[in-house]
Design a protein around this ligand. Structure first.
Ligand code: PHB
Ligand code: FE
Length: 328
């Protein structure tokens, strides 16, 4: 077998399962029929291929998101907004105590390029990493084609709001977004907007529930409205959030429909802090020092409300701001 490795881009020859091997700094990524294997000088780890690809897809699509994206309890990334840390065991008390953890910093474009190459090579034609398990085929087996269309979906990021002139459009059957099987009871009427003459292009309203009922992806917050640093990022959820998100700021959750169970842990050690069951209408502020993973027994609608101010991580990290917006 050829062992040639292009720096940072991966092996030229696929392995016996048909998948290429990738290196990024001290980390190596390999896949077989069932698992992604990650190794670093002091350790090795494996994750189910479907879970790994779901996490990788989101890390890439979200530009490494706010704070920490744990793929599982061992592997993940920390966003420093310009550079990104790739780590193993850094936020796992047991790996830290045993001295088996590792962390390495990369310029964002480099890690982005390598992660995109892994996602493209390891995603088979049958698998859509953004879809719910009930709405996609298998991620497993030897290499079997590719699914570029699924992994390069347009990410919805409104400049002002869905439906504004020149902004992100509403969704419809015609534009390829049918109502999801779990949301057939969601009414599809649109608000009746009657602006004063002269304000026709400026007064806009849309049916957010109808918009979300037509989402073709899960666990993928999209920016539907922007007011300075205040971003409304609703999403439709089904099965398990593919990452364990470590916050670097407070996030507000508004459960718009159905039910999600959250597992909330200490961000740095993984110690369990709370289990939160959110039902339609419930509102929660997730603290700035936790990590969390959601479980949605059927497709549900969740509004994630983010504050995108770039000063926030330093204010929380220095203790200038308490990690919760309200002290009881
Ligand atoms: C979160 O980590 O806050 C998060 C991420 C993706 C979602 C929902 C919540 O779909
Ligand atoms: Fe979060």
């Amino acid at each position: 077998m050829t062992t040639d490795v292009l720096p940072e881009i991966g092996s030229i020859e696929p392995n016996r399962h048909g998948y290429r091997t990738f290196t990024l700094g001290r980390f190596t990524f390999e896949r077989d029929e069932y698992f992604a294997h990650v190794s670093w000088p002091k350790g090795r780890h494996l994750l189910p291929a479907d879970a790994f690809l779901r996490a990788l897809q989101r890390d890439i699509a979200w530009g490494f998101f706010y704070g920490i994206v744990n793929f599982d309890a061992v592997i993940g990334t920390v966003n420093h907004y310009g550079t990104v840390d790739l780590y193993a065991g850094r936020f796992n008390d047991h790996y830290r105590r045993a001295g088996l953890d590792d962390i390495q910093n990369f310029d964002t474009p480099l890690i982005q390029r390598v992660f995109e190459a892994i996602l493209e090579d390891w995603t088979n034609a049958t698998f859509d990493p953004f879809a719910s398990p009930a709405e996609t085929g298998s991620a497993f087996g030897p290499k079997n084609g590719s699914n570029k269309r699924a992994i390069t979906r347009h990410r919805v990021t409104a400049k002002r709001m869905i439906g504004c002139p020149g902004d992100e459009p509403r969704r419809s059957d015609e534009s390829g977004f049918p109502v999801n099987r779990h949301f057939t009871d969601v009414t599809q009427d649109e608000p009746d907007v009657r602006p004063e003459p002269g304000f026709e292009g400026e007064v806009v309203a849309y049916n957010l529930f109808a918009y979300l009922s037509r989402s073709d992806v899960t666990w993928n917050p999209s920016v539907v409205s922007v007011c300075q640093a205040s971003l409304y990022c609703p999403t439709t959820e089904e099965y398990v959030l593919p990452v364990i998100h470590g916050n670097d700021r407070v996030e507000w959750f508004v459960q718009l429909s159905d039910e999600i169970h959250w597992e909330v842990e200490d961000r740095d050690t993984g110690t369990l802090r709370a289990r939160v069951v959110m039902k339609a209408g419930d509102v929660a502020a997730m603290p700035a020092d936790i990590r969390h993973r959601g479980f949605s027994p059927k497709r549900s609608m969740l509004l994630v409300w983010e504050n995108a101010s770039s000063e926030l991580p330093a204010l929380y990290a220095s203790g200038t701001m308490p990690p919760t917006p309200v002290q009881f």
